[in-house]
Design a protein around this ligand. Structure first.
Ligand code: PMP
Length: 451
């Protein structure tokens, strides 16, 4: 349906326009010699335009680059800035900590932490919280705890999941239906099948076959896959997962880092899930490094009751700056004043406008692409109907079309999330911002289809 020659020609045109629009970013990238891969993190080399845009500043849902262009930002730091960029309440709270109180990292608790723990319990249900600076670390520490508790070696993941740079999670379902290392994995400590098992999302038979080995400490999953498009659960899927985990003595860890977009208590609250452990990161700090994992009271008591586990010193859970006064102040301000229950109502309504508008364009142009919404986020895939498993979603990726669309939008003042066709709504994102995106998206696909 997509004429690849036409796509290549249009892409060339957009690359030339990107280069001429952004001379300062191009020069900054060309001059970088002291960074590994020329960028602060190698993933910043996911750059549809040949070089990354360099940031000048960002507020609300607007980003400005060093060439002076302003963008409507639907990437929002891949969820790290779901609260909007530099939200005033967070800036005020960390400003108080920095300028008035002082004490950025001290090894002493602050009273904000109990407030945040109580609020996370109200939202996500589980009772006892501990903090990290990234979702990756929260996942790692949760994994240590469940291994210690169950005395079982393996963690089960969904194929094509993403939970950060957690070694155990880099497993996919291979051609024989069993787990194998995810292609491209860097420096695995051991063969991943020694530490992990895997099942396709929405595949209860596959899940039961893996759990029946009775060597799985915990199932660690997102309620919906959000890092390979948005793959939604079939009706009843999560109830069945919970039943199967209980049947085989396996714990359930739900990673809400992205699915937090589903509502103030993530998908756990929105869909009535019943995990033993909840992990969250990114958005809860309003842009300041923050993460957390929450344990059910029963799990927390069981861990604390184990006198053989060193949870205080060398046991391998915790980081020196985790739960720092700055991070906890930011989490409190974000949850108390920015990503509130009311804010989610508005963000979800805006995402619904986005999804409906996109669907109308896809229908009108009879494009066989599909879009899914998860609360405040929406993402399309170049296939219809929307995939039901990670492997199907992986196979529906089309980097050529994706790069072209990202570039076309960027050249017209709109940022989507690199690695995704994902649009996320902050409390600042307006209906007019959504309309602006729809107009540019429509003209991009019309040009692509020559209509
Ligand atoms: N869990 C999920 C579901 C994620 O999407 C991500 C990052 N995309 C992480 C964990 C890791 O977050 P971080 O890189 O901030 O540690």
């Amino acid at each position: 349906m997509i004429d690849r020659d036409r796509l290549a020609h249009l892409h060339e045109r957009e690359l030339a326009s990107f280069a001429s629009r952004n001379p300062k970013s191009a020069a900054a990238y060309a001059a970088a010699t002291h960074l590994f891969g020329k960028v602060p993190m190698t993933w910043m080399n996911k750059k549809a335009g040949g070089f990354p845009l360099y940031l000048a500043g960002a507020r609300g849902n607007r980003v400005t680059d060093i060439d002076g262009h302003e963008y409507i930002d639907f990437a929002l730091g891949d969820t790290g800035a779901m609260a909007g960029h530099s939200p005033q309440a967070v800036v005020d709270a960390i400003g108080r900590r920095i300028y008035e109180q002082g004490g950025l990292t001290t090894m002493l608790p602050t009273e904000d932490a109990e407030w945040v723990g109580a609020e996370l319990t109200r939202r996500f249900g589980v009772d006892r919280w501990s903090f990290s600076l990234t979702a990756t670390d929260a996942n790692r520490w949760a994994i240590r705890l469940v291994r210690a508790l169950t005395d079982r070696p393996k963690i089960l993941f969904h194929s094509y999941c993403y939970h950060g740079s957690v070694d155990e999670s880099l497993i996919v379902v291979g051609p024989d239906g069993e787990g194998m290392s995810r292609p491209g994995n860097v420096g695995a400590p051991v063969d991943v099948t020694q530490t992990s098992r895997v099942a396709e999302f929405n595949d209860l038979e596959g899940l039961e076959r893996q759990l029946a080995h009775e060597d799985v400490a915990a199932v660690l999953i997102e309620p919906a896959l959000t890092n390979i498009g948005i793959v939604l659960p079939d009706p009843g899927y999560h109830e069945a997962v919970r039943e199967l985990t209980r049947k085989y003595g396996t714990l359930l860890i739900i990673d809400e880092t992205h699915t937090f977009s589903a509502g103030p208590g993530g998908a756990t609250k929105a869909w009535g899930l019943d995990p033993d452990i909840v992990v969250i990161g990114k958005a809860i700090g309003g842009g300041i490094p923050s993460g957390a994992y929450g344990l059910s009271a029963e799990i927390a008591d069981r861990v604390l009751g184990r006198t053989d586990l060193d949870l205080v010193d060398m046991g391998g859970v915790g980081g020196t700056l985790a739960g720092s006064p700055l991070s906890v102040a930011a989490m409190r301000a974000t949850l108390e004043h920015v990503l509130t229950d009311d804010a989610f109502d508005g963000m979800i309504a805006t995402a619904t406008l986005f999804t409906e508008g996109m669907q109308a364009i896809l229908d009108e142009l009879e494009l066989p692409w599909a879009i899914n919404q998860l609360g405040a986020r929406a993402e399309y895939r170049f296939v219809k109907p929307y995939p039901r498993t990670g492997t199907e979603a992986h196979e529906a990726a089309d980097e050529g079309i994706e790069d072209f669309l990202h570039l076309y939008l960027a050249n017209r003042g709109i940022l989507l999330t690199p690695f995704h066709n994902m649009a996320l709504m902050s409390p600042d994102t307006s209906a007019a911002d959504v309309e602006a995106h729809l107009a540019v998206f429509q003209s991009a696909v019309r040009e692509l289809l020559n209509r």
